[in-house]
Design a protein around this ligand. Structure first.
Ligand SMILES: [Zn+2]
Length: 370
């Protein structure tokens, strides 16, 4: 067994997932290294932040520089200089979220225009499995059909049907040594369709299970409610992955409902807009009120930004478009979410997750004391 649940606190779990490149304590936040890099950061910095697993994007790596080339150079770990665990997504999310580039979906797979050269390309479960085997990730994901929020029931049902059929085919594709394969469930917040999807995907039998097709534009309460009834339908002895959540509240909400892993581009994306994630909510460093602020981004944070630099200095860097500003905010934002995830794990071990969540939500709602 590659996964062990060590402690439970209500529905929340603290566990450990074993992969060929090391163990991952869960709950685990996975920073996104879209194109084989967590934007602007050296892998040693990423490691020092406390990252235990990175996410790589199959879609982007397939087109640039190409999975064959990466395989020739020893696989994704060696290519990007990261020897820890890597999860690769299937590329399906990019195919289906870039709606303008989607040309056709049929039983065989999805045809779309690549965002790189505009040429017509096709993803099938066989190809996506092969790409991930060549990349040599520790965890591969099944190709799924992820519709946007608000599609009609017929379209949702078709997404569930194809996701199951594709998962069954991808399961037969040869993997890299020790590579785990996770199944993805669809069905949005529709009880019947989500339950059907879970039943079909679990019947196939995977190393872990993801809740896909959420966090795609539906109301947050609906999303959390769905996780609350859907997570317990997944096998307790396998890791559960919620795709695409990474704000402080969202992270605690899904952990509380029994999710073990999650990823999000939010920390590095908001860094690029000059914002810092804190326990008081987001700080936009462009705001004039930080002009003479000598405090660190977050009191008590031990990231390389907070240990040495003031908000005033980081604001100056952001305003002058200095690269160091972007790097410091990325380091801080990742550290903030990793710290929060580690605190959640420790709280689960003490049976105090509810208290931690209450305190963090109160702090986020109150904002920074002036
Ligand atoms: Zn910090």
């Amino acid at each position: 067994m590659s996964f062990t649940v060590e402690t439970v606190d209500g529905a929340a779990r603290a566990g450990r997932l074993r992969t060929p490149h090391g163990d991952i304590p869960t709950p685990a936040f996975m920073p996104v290294g879209t194109k084989g890099t967590v934007k602007s950061l050296h892998p040693d910095e990423v490691r020092a932040l406390g990252v235990s697993i990175l996410l790589g994007n199959t879609y982007h790596l397939h087109f640039r520089p190409g999975d064959e080339l990466i395989a020739e150079l020893g696989g994704l770990h060696r290519f990007m200089g990261w020897d820890g665990p890597i999860l690769t997504d299937s590329g399906g999310f990019q195919v289906f979220s870039l709606r303008d580039t989607l040309l056709r979906v049929d039983d065989e797979g999805a045809t779309f225009r690549s965002i790189y050269e505009g040429a017509s390309a096709r993803f099938t479960p066989e190809l996506v499995g092969g790409i991930q085997a060549r990349l040599g990730s520790d965890i591969a994901m099944c190709l799924d059909l992820c519709p946007p929020a608000g599609v009609d029931r017929r379209e949702l049902e078709e997404a569930v049907r194809l996701t199951s059929a594709w998962a069954a085919r991808q399961q037969r594709v040869e993997r890299s040594p020790g590579q785990l394969l996770f199944g993805i469930t669809q069905g949005a917040s529709d009880r019947e369709l989500r339950s059907r999807s879970i039943e079909e995907i679990v019947a196939l039998g995977f190393d872990g299970y993801a809740l896909g097709g959420l966090s795609v534009g539906e109301r947050r309460e609906v999303m959390f409610e769905t996780v609350a009834w859907a997570a317990p339908l997944l096998p307790a002895e396998r890791p559960r992955y919620f795709m695409g959540i990474g704000d402080a509240q969202g992270l605690l909400e899904v952990i509380e409902r029994g999710v073990d892993m999650f990823d999000c581009v939010l920390p590095t994306r908001v860094a690029r807009t000059g914002s810092a994630l804190t326990l008081y909510g987001r700080l936009n460093l462009r705001n004039a009120r930080f002009g003479r602020d000598p405090r660190p981004l977050q009191e008590g944070c031990e990231c390389p930004a907070c240990l040495r630099f003031s908000r005033a200095y980081i604001r100056h860097l952001v305003n002058q478009h200095e690269l160091l500003g972007l790097r410091l905010l990325s380091l801080h934002n990742l550290r903030f979410l990793l710290d929060l995830t580690a605190r959640a794990r420790a709280a689960i071990e003490r049976g105090e997750l509810a208290a931690l969540k209450r305190d963090v939500l109160a702090s986020l709602a109150a904002g920074e004391p002036t």
